[in-house]
Design a protein around this ligand. Structure first.
Ligand SMILES: [Zn+2]
Length: 334
């Protein structure tokens, strides 16, 4: 298949994915009923970031209360270490990055329903007004920032490319973007120590998401140690207890991080791979998670919780890869 046809296919795949009506059709399909029955024995770990749409997020929580069994991190860790099995239809709610909205919007809604959760925090940002680096990079590219370390592209694609650089190169690229952009990124409200403690007091456990959120597989050994263990020490000071749970930034697993987490006594580690989890069968430091956002429609959430949409997503990705391979000129194939 030629590149133009491959691009067209990719475009239609994206449009199909964005089609909300498709969620209603999927929800009523026999495939949903079959996946739903099959998913009952698995754990659904929902991976949110911020809460941009509190009313839809509230509808998510109502669905979880009505049809699922929200469980605590402690129960998941017990099950992952061979303890009591989790009840059918267990769900664990998690948030990555420690966006301020987790305190402002999510906490009251979770606390009112008694739904436990985990918030994976970047302690290097706590108590500051520094933006997340990926938000800053997008802003700088939108304001004519350039770096010779990645090809010029759309802001979101630039961020994606920056994640592929070594950590040192990424830092240098960011410095170049700052030096060349016409306007600096505005400051961002980050969680404070008092807010972290309030989260913990009200059922939202604070977990480790590294000190500054690099992609660990792009770091050298010292950087990995620092990112995992300094974050661990900082979070212990901030919350008054050592964290037991970790989420890999960008979902990028790293063997060295795994070793440091084991040394520091971590009981759980979470991926970001859009799969239902089986804590009785997986390694406790590699628990699968589902990708969701507070803007995900409730219909779509149901098809995610059944595992149907993740399965379709994987099938689409496999097809896109096959198309890309088939579109490569013969000389570049090995
Ligand atoms: Zn993250």
């Amino acid at each position: 298949m030629n590149p133009a046809a491959a691009a067209k296919l990719g475009h239609w795949h994206a449009r199909l994915d964005a089609w909300q009506g498709g969620d209603t059709l999927l929800l009523r399909s026999p495939a949903q009923a079959w996946c739903d029955r099959r998913a009952a024995g698995r754990l659904a770990v929902l991976g949110y970031h911020g809460v941009e749409d509190p009313s839809t997020f509230e509808a998510h929580l109502d669905l979880l209360q009505r049809r699922f069994v929200p469980v605590s991190l402690e129960r998941v860790e017990e099950a992952a270490h061979g303890g009591w099995a989790l009840p059918a239809r267990s769900v664990l709610v998690t948030f990555d990055d420690g966006d301020h909205s987790v305190h402002t919007h999510a906490l009251p809604l979770l606390a009112a329903r008694g739904i436990p959760a985990v918030c994976f925090v970047i302690p290097g940002l706590v108590g500051t007004d520094a933006p997340f680096w990926w938000d800053e990079a997008e802003h700088l590219v939108r304001h004519s920032g350039t770096t010779h370390r990645v090809p010029p592209n759309q802001p979101d694609i630039t961020v994606h490319t920056l994640k592929l650089l070594s950590e040192r190169e990424r830092q240098l690229a960011l410095a170049e973007l700052r030096a060349t952009a016409t306007a600096p990124c505005s400051r961002q409200r980050q969680l404070t120590t008092a807010q972290l403690r309030e989260l913990e007091k009200n059922g939202v456990v604070v977990g480790n998401h590294t000190l500054t959120h690099p992609c660990l597989d792009r770091c050298d050994d010292d950087q990995v140690r620092r990112e995992v263990l300094e974050a661990h020490e900082r979070l212990t000071e901030l919350t008054g207890r050592p964290p037991t749970s970790f989420a890999y930034p960008n979902g990028n697993v790293d063997e060295r991080a795994h070793r440091f987490l084991t040394q520091a006594g971590y009981r759980s580690g979470f991926l970001y791979n859009h799969r239902l989890a089986d804590p009785g069968a997986c390694h406790p430091l590699r628990i699968d998670r589902l990708v969701v956002s507070s803007r995900t429609s409730v219909d779509r959430l149901e098809t995610i919780l059944s595992g149907l949409r993740p399965a379709l997503f994987r099938a689409g990705r496999r097809a896109a890869r096959a198309v890309a391979r088939a579109s490569q000129p013969l000389s570049s194939k090995s």
